[in-house]
Design a binder for this molecule. Sequence first.
Ligand SMILES: Cc1ncc(COP(=O)(O)O)c(C=O)c1O
Length: 392
Amino acid sequence: MTGLLSGARTAANPLRQLTIDQLRQRTSLKWREHPDDVLPLWVAEMDVPLAEPVALAITDAVARGDTGYTAGTAYPQALAEFARRRWGWDGLVVERTALVPDVMHGVVEALRLVTEPGDAVVVNCPVYPPFYESVAHADRRIVEAPLGEDLRIDLGTLEEAFRRARAGGRPAAYLLCSPHNPTGVVHTAAELTAVADLAERHGVRVVADEIHAPVVAGGARFVPYLSVPGAENGLSLMSASKGWNLSGLRGGLLVAGPAAAGDLARVPFGVSVSTSHLGVIAHTAAFRDGGEWLDSLLTGLDDNRRLLADLLAEHLPAVRYQPGQGTYLAWLDCRALGLGDDPATVFLDSARVALNSGLAFGTGGDGHVRLNLATAPELITEAVRRMAGVVG
Ligand SMILES: Cc1ncc(COP(=O)(O)O)c(C=O)c1O
């Protein structure tokens, strides 16, 4: 284990620049939750050094003592330009954005803007577990619309969920995850247009969590929800935190479509001012100057997706993996392994590999695990070797 990654320093690919000994010195959740004999491929942190433009911006700010309350529009401006360059979308209007402390706080605020306590929030399970906690915390209730067998949004199921959510004529929201965590599916323009149409017909307000938007493979296209026809009264949450591994430098943006500007105006001042100024500086630098670094990361992630698929085919052929084109997460269907509803527990106890248990992701998560691909290829190889050893 200690030999893993020693000397692995391929230039450019940020996933190949840190040794396991360096990673084990980190004090963040991914590397501190488990003892040192466990390979941590779970929570959505990446095993990368900080992108240079971000590191420079932060160290400059620290040198200036620039650690007061946050101000200005540099962050939404940088995101608007990134959106234009990357996604060909020029509809992100700085005046229709609000700083939020992080994406999940932003999700809660957005739900508060468009629904009342007790109202329904539709989610496509299996989905990012904090969606459940945050909806409950906001005093709203979940209505599940399970993904189809192909792991894509099933429009018939979604429509049925919208009907249930709107029963009695109450307001309702749809918390869309785009790209989808944990499957990595990148929704197409046609899918999102159909979603907007359905939401409009049923009077459901869409809140799109687009935190993974920058992490989409070169061959695929991320489509911002607010860019599709019919999405004018939608709200979106964006952030640099997944693309550049900035969870420790918190920050996010709530973005409103033209017909949701009035809602946005009701975001309490205290919410935006609670956003970390250092976080805003880091996120701004990432969107403004971090494109080259991001491209290297995306190439490395493509390689890792292929590597994982090959390794599973060779060593764990009973595991089903449909690689998505977005996120750095892999959703593994382990039901054929005979390890029960919670294979993550077996992999942790017996293989010393930490993965996310599918059970937390709602209906459809049993028998599944989520594996974090944002690490060195050597660690993915070692993890699959260990996992295969348990299955025998
Ligand atoms: C879909 C999704 N939303 C939100 C978050 C968390 O965002 P934040 O840390 O900005 O609250 C994550 C983290 O992995 C995520 O995957």
